[in-house]
Design a binder for this molecule. Structure first.
Ligand code: MGD
Ligand code: MGD
Ligand code: SF4
Ligand code: MO
Length: 743
């Protein structure tokens, strides 16, 4: 007997609603949910393979604890005892900063990852915090923090309404979009063209997205900030600056004009390898379009000028009056966002409040660069203790962070390590305790992060599609118990964590004059919360306090968990709307167009004009049927064109004596790999490309299918020293390398 169940897909940022077919406790099929208010039936090959991903026989079923050097199956009680001993021992001997925490990408795809890590970090009080953000979008957080005073205020292109999209270093036809949650991104680009709009793609590779574009510009990697600065220059020079309704909310326009005066199209043309007249055309088109949006992603962030590039993306949106207006780039408003407070000056955004111990990298958003994790573990300094215990949640930094080999060794030297991970993989094999979450079908789902980045305001929640298997523990409970064990409260009831957060949040809300619950009794409010467990009560609280909430009875038509559960396909909250100046949290209460740290970093960009690189550089790529480091174990999603090969242009290949399927040795500052070449004119001359997340050939892992075609770890070519200085973000694109054909 089969039945169906709804489940929001957690496999990429598009958050499509799926209808699963369930037989017994097994997911045997998945199709797009046509009634989903947001995704309306869209599904991609990964979502269609949900059952295979969910039912992978290599997923761990019980905790593992290291005994006599070997990871062995253990009970949950034994595992948490070991965590409490391991972490508390290190805290007591060496202090809180000697416990490192690494939070990986899937935390933004789980309810547990949204709710518990903040409590864990606050309870531990460690500054040794590393996340996937610093190999990804930290430059965007920093530029938003500086421009708008809020690192999480990230404008998204209004894909459904814009007339002109300038897309930089993103390949949504493979990735399905990022920092822009849009189910059927490909369909939205086609619709843009069908309604007469234009699409320009800037990418050193002729990607599937580039092939859809009206214009593709194969820029030299790492030089987008120069190109964008030259566009800003052109807008000023040709008198095309028009802030429109934004004008009263923006300061620093004249200072900006001055700051970009060295970056004329003629000055940057050689560095970018883009003709100066074309740069002028790009600027004019942006200014002339009825509405337009500039959007940059991985290729614009993971480069030496990542923060400057991310800043310039929004600068162009602002100078052309496209920020915060329909058809331009807008700020979403999620249902679980905090209650909007009245507009006005706020505390602003600070950078570099402390520094990493070894290389003195500044913190950003409370995090240190993931690139520095290896040295923070393996290097002793006079300033303090190295990291001796590590808590890794949904993170595989051995494959995803720079200097993979060094990190692989460093993890072996830790006194204690715990991984919350469904797999025994390249990173978790080093752990002393592995705590496996259940497969996604057995977890509830809500997108805390991606709803703040979605092209339409909407809210959806799905309860587990399949009951928890006997012996399993929900990931919410795993993280609650881990938090208790690591912070000296081992053994307490996990709901204590939720009650603590609920008490604190309501206690604060009743004191805020703009809150719908101002002046009420937090205990009375807490007693009203519904839900089957702690995480659901917290979601109910967030919804009811939020911008669309029922305000605990003040707005009876407003949102609550109960109301959301009555709408299993979600609730549409309408198109994105203008939100300025309300959301600004800068000290001035305005958009600060030329913040000091940006102005201070511009001379570095200026100097890059004189440092034209010779030699080959490496960029990354993604494949539709893959996802970072953890989906190569699913047979249905591997093979075909989804392989770890080195893309190289025919002219470079010929010069180097390389042919398709030739083995080549690739050498970078951090190490080398040997990999098969794939000659293609889909990449520009002087640039080669390797995907990340491969290298599944290590002993002690349990990834039986991935090991049959392991690929190589591109991140062992990096040495961790190349960073965007403002954000600490790793440079993963435009990295100098050498290659030799293997004889
Ligand atoms: N060279 C290069 N390197 C890159 C990139 C690049 O473009 N080029 N991209 C970077 C980017 S953008 C990112 S986000 C990072 C991603 O790198 P990571 O943050 O390491 O994330 P993933 O590889 O997606 O998965 C990490 C781990 O989460 C586990 N996992 C899967 N599902 C769950 C779950 O439900 N719960 C838990 N607890 N664990 C789960 C997986 O088994 C895996 O071990 O890689 C970065 N590395
Ligand atoms: N199928 C699939 N989907 C995914 C993922 C996945 O691994 N697989 N990962 C998810 C994650 S964690 C993220 S962060 C998103 C990322 O989403 P996207 O940013 O869309 O990801 P990519 O496909 O890596 O696209 C980056 C593009 O930048 C180009 N590029 C490289 N260097 C430069 C440069 O210097 N300048 C310019 N202009 N372009 C450059 C690359 O050639 C590449 O085509 O995707 C998410 N979705
Ligand atoms: S596009 Fe992303 S969210 Fe949608 S089905 Fe595919 S993997 Fe899942
Ligand atoms: Mo990412």
């Amino acid at each position: 007997m089969s039945r169906t169940a709804l489940r929001i897909c957690p496999l990429c940022e598009a958050t499509c609603g799926l209808t699963l077919t369930v037989e017994g406790t097994r997911v045997t099929g998945a199709r797009g949910d046509r009634d989903d208010v947001f995704s309306k039936g869209f599904i991609c090959p990964k979502g269609a393979s949900f059952g295979a991903v969910d039912g992978d026989p290599d997923r761990l079923r019980t905790p593992l604890v290291r005994r006599d050097g070997e990871l062995r199956e253990a009970t949950w009680a034994e595992a948490f005892d070991a965590v409490a001993d391991g972490v508390r021992g290190v805290v007591e001997r060496y202090g809180a900063n000697s416990v490192g925490v690494v939070l990986g990408n899937p935390n933004v795809h789980t309810v547990a990852g949204g709710l518990y890590p903040p409590v864990l970090l606050a309870g531990l009080g460690t500054r040794s915090v590393f996340t996937a953000s610093t190999v990804d979008q930290m430059p965007k957080h920093v530029s938003s923090g500086l421009l708008f005073g809020d690192a999480n205020a990230i404008p998204v292109p209004d894909l459904d309404h814009t007339d002109h999209l300038l897309l930089i270093g993103a390949n949504p036809l493979e990735s399905n979009g990022s920092l822009c949650t849009a189910p059927d991104f490909p369909g939205k680009l086609k619709a843009l063209k069908a309604r007469g709009g234009t699409l320009t793609v800037i990418d050193p590779r002729r990607t599937r997205t580039a092939r859809l574009a009206d214009r593709h510009i194969a820029i030299r990697p790492g030089t987008d900030a120069l190109l964008l600065a030259a566009m800003a220059y052109t807008l000023f020079e040709e008198d095309l600056v028009d802030l429109g309704e934004l004008a009263p909310h923006v300061m620093g326009v004249e200072e900006l004009r001055d700051a970009v005066r060295d970056f004329s199209p003629e000055a940057v043309t050689a560095a970018c390898d883009v003709d100066a007249p074309l740069i002028r055309t790009l600027a004019r088109e942006l200014a002339a379009a009825p509405t337009a949006a500039v959007y940059g992603r991985i290729g614009s962030c993971t480069v030496p000028y990542g923060t400057l590039g991310s800043w310039l993306v929004d600068v162009l949106n602002i100078l052309t009056g496209n920020l915060d207006r329909p058809g331009g780039a807008l700020f979403p408003q999620a249902a679980t966002d905090r209650t909007p407070r009245p507009a006005g000056p706020s505390h602003g955004f600070s950078l570099g409040r402390w520094h990493s111990r070894v290389s003195r990298h500044p913190e950003a958003k409370g995090e240190l660069p993931l690139s520095a994790l290896a040295e923070e573990i393996d290097t002793a300094t006079a300033e303090g203790e190295p990291i001796r215990a590590l808590i890794a949640v949904a993170a595989n930094p051995v494959l995803s962070a720079p200097d993979g080999d060094r990190l692989d060794k460093a993890l072996d030297g830790l006194d204690f390590m715990v991984s919350v991970d469904p797999y025994l993989n390249e990173t978790s094999r080093h752990a002393d305790v592995v705590l496996p979450p259940p497969p996604p079908s057995q977890s509830a789902h809500h997108d805390f992060a991606f709803n703040t980045l979605a092209v339409r305001n909407q809210v959806r929640y799905t309860r587990p599609a399949v009951p928890l298997e006997p012996g399993r523990m929900a990931e919410t409970e795993i993280l609650a118990r881990l938090t208790l064990a690591a912070t000296g409260m081992h053994g307490a009831d996990p709901s204590a964590v939720d009650d603590l957060v609920i008490g604190q949040t309501l206690g604060k809300a009743v004191k805020e004059p703009w809150s719908p619950v101002h002046g009420r009794d937090p205990k009375e409010l807490a007693a009203q919360l519904t839900g089957e467990n702690g995480p659901e009560r917290r979601i109910d609280m967030m919804l009811r306090l939020g911008p669309y909430g029922d305000g605990f009875g003040v707005r009876p038509d407003g949102l609550s968990l109960e109301k959301l559960l009555a709408h299993p396909h979600g609730i549409d909250l309408g198109p994105l709307r203008s939100r300025l100046p309300q959301l600004l949290k800068t000290r001035s209460g305005k958009v600060e167009l030329l913040p000091r740290p940006i102005a201070d970093d511009l001379p570095r960009l200026r100097r890059s004009l004189d440092e034209l690189p010779d030699g080959l550089v490496l960029v990354g790529r993604r494949h539709l049927r893959s996802n970072n480091s953890w989906m190569h174990n699913v047979p249905a999603l591997t093979g075909g064109s989804n392989r770890c090969t080195l893309h190289i242009h025919p002219e470079d290949a010929e010069r180097l004596g390389v042919r398709t399927a030739t083995e080549v040795r690739v050498k970078g500052a951090g190490g080398e790999v040997v990999v098969k070449a794939e000659v293609t004119d889909g990449i520009r001359r002087g640039v080669v490309s390797l995907p990340h997340g491969w290298g599944h050939d290590r002993p002690g892992t349990r990834l039986s299918h991935a090991a049959t075609d392991p690929g190589v770890n591109v991140n062992q070519l990096l040495d961790g020293s190349l960073l965007d200085p403002l954000s600490g973000n790793a440079v993963l694109n435009g990295v100098p390398i050498e290659i030799m054909a293997q004889l």
